[in-house]
Ligand binder design. Structure first.
Ligand SMILES: Cc1cc2nc3c(=O)[nH]c(=O)nc-3n(C[C@H](O)[C@H](O)[C@H](O)COP(=O)(O)OP(=O)(O)OC[C@H]3O[C@@H](n4cnc5c(N)ncnc54)[C@H](O)[C@@H]3O)c2cc1C
Length: 453
């Protein structure tokens, strides 16, 4: 059964909203769009957790991925087939009971498998595990002109690459077959190391990465001045093979999404609390907690490692108020990291903008088309949405172009085609391949319009 209604949709960063027609897709029978939608624009939507408006556009039908089930599971071939609307949290919960997991999981449980494939999402150990595409064996893809197609690397490498990280522009994915890994334990030993000088980050990440860890990231305080600017902590973890009790009923894989996190209701009646003083206090508290963790490694459940502090993050996103926030995330080449930090420091010295969170992950590889994959340090910063924030992002666009950094399209709701075409070397190839496949250009979103895709 499919339903149709108009819905007000908002990008996760709160920057773009509009009322659009929606249709709920539960089975492939709901995709008989021939009569109603032939030659009309549409775009698929998962959980709507993208910071940028990638799953809606004015006067365009959003197809809601409403089915959320496991279709088949084979422990011999280590393969699971799921509805594209299945959330990574529910899948993690299902697999844990069976002693398996998927290696790449983005940071919130209700994000869907379709959303992960269409943005080629990364997890907390990208350099070792690669991106979501590595997990994908095949998927079923619907396009009104071609019907339902089964796509794998072997059957159609070009369409496979165009869809993984293709922002839903090749059609609607109904289901996907994913490769699994055997779970070594459902606990990780989490270590925390203080990093007084942010310029030492590349060396520290490289040193820790050599220890073959199962997760690796860092956090930094950008509200400190002088030599303390960027003071931070590196967190890394290893599966704890000695501690492995199955505690699935208590794990946070199957925690239900927190309503307040949704941008539609987020921040109702809240002013933005992120001026300098509260942001400083938040950073000081986090520093204190991290310092306490440095002394003793802790064993934490895999689910808490995949989706840390859900309730605190709900509070965090709400605290931006109805105006929302903006994020910059880019892979910075290791050799240019010091210059990148110098330029950020310089700008923040001239301007007032509280950076609420700065964090990094270690990245490797090279993405095809518009996939967010490159070698270097993947650096992210959040800040309240305001005039200064837009000026900062325009400045960072220039920094990315000059230093050869790769900005993350899905995390930035205002980046323009000019910057993307100068930072993604296969931008034109993507546009051409998309038009070769779909000369009608049926699938469209605010993101695809803005980037002239
Ligand atoms: C708190 C939080 C933490 C995050 N952490 C990470 C992280 O660690 N790593 C990371 O890479 N990203 C991360 N993200 C970003 C997130 O993984 C992506 O934006 C993801 O695409 C969101 O999935 P979704 O199900 O909400 O999809 P939506 O936001 O609804 O859609 C995203 C894209 O996928 C397409 N799409 C969705 N379903 C289908 C389908 N069935 N068929 C075809 N196309 C489809 C849409 O058209 C759209 O282009 C995070 C986001 C949040 C809010």
């Amino acid at each position: 059964m499919s339903t149709e209604s108009d819905k007000l949709l908002t990008s996760f960063d709160g920057g773009f909203k509009c009322k659009v027609p929606t249709k709920s897709i539960k089975t492939s029978a709901d995709l008989n769009l021939d009569k109603e939608f032939k030659n009309k624009h549409f775009i698929s939507r998962g959980a709507g957790m993208s910071f940028a408006p990638a799953s809606f556009r004015p006067d365009t039908l959003s197809l809601l991925s409403s089915a959320n089930s496991v279709i088949s599971f084979d422990k011999e071939t280590k393969m699971v087939e799921v509805d594209a609307g299945m959330s990574v949290g529910d899948l993690g919960h299902y697999l844990m009971d069976k002693g398996f997991y998927i290696k790449t999981v983005p940071g919130y449980p209700n994000i869907t498998i379709g959303g992960c494939i269409a943005t080629d999402a990364h997890g907390k150990n990208q350099l070792q595990d690669g991106t979501f595409q590595n997990l994908v064996e095949s998927f079923e893809l619907y396009h009104p002109e071609y019907g339902l197609q089964s796509v794998s690397r072997a059957s159609n490498q070009k369409l496979f690459d165009l869809t993984c990280g293709g922002f839903g522009l090749t059609g609607h994915m109904v289901s996907a077959k994913l490769r699994l890994s055997k779970l070594k334990s459902n606990y990780l030993n989490l270590h925390t190391e203080e990093l007084p000088d942010i310029y030492d980050l590349p060396m520290a990440l490289e040193r820790i990465n050599k220890r073959d860890c199962d997760m690796l990231l860092s956090w930094h305080n950008f509200l400190l001045n002088g030599k303390k600017f960027g003071h931070g902590f590196i967190q890394y973890g290893f599966f704890n093979k000695n501690k492995s009790s199955i505690q699935s009923q208590n794990d946070s894989f199957n925690q239900k999404p927190i309503p307040g996190l949704y941008p539609d209701s987020r921040g109702d009646g809240w002013p933005s609390v992120f001026s300098y003083v509260p942001t400083s206090l938040m950073n000081s508290l986090y520093t204190y907690l991290q310092k306490m963790s440095c002394a003793n490694p802790r064993a934490i459940p895999l689910s808490s490692c995949s989706f840390p502090s859900l309730k605190l993050r709900d509070l965090y996103f709400n605290a931006f108020g109805a105006n929302g926030f903006l994020e910059h995330q880019a892979v910075v080449p290791v050799f240019d990291f010091a210059e990148y930090i110098d330029r950020i420091k310089w700008w923040l010295n001239q301007n007032e903008l509280p950076i609420t969170i700065a964090s990094s992950k270690y990245f490797g590889g090279r993405g095809k088309y518009l996939q967010f994959r490159s070698s270097g340090i993947c650096f992210a910063m959040d800040f309240p949405r305001c005039k200064k924030a837009y000026e900062f992002l325009a400045y960072l666009d220039q920094v990315c172009i000059e230093l050869g950094c790769l900005p993350n399209i899905i995390k930035d709701s205002r980046i323009e085609a000019d910057c993307v075409s100068k930072t993604y070397r296969e931008y034109e190839l993507f546009r051409k391949a998309l038009r070769d496949y779909d000369p009608w250009r049926l699938c469209r979103s605010e993101l695809s319009d803005r980037l002239k895709l």
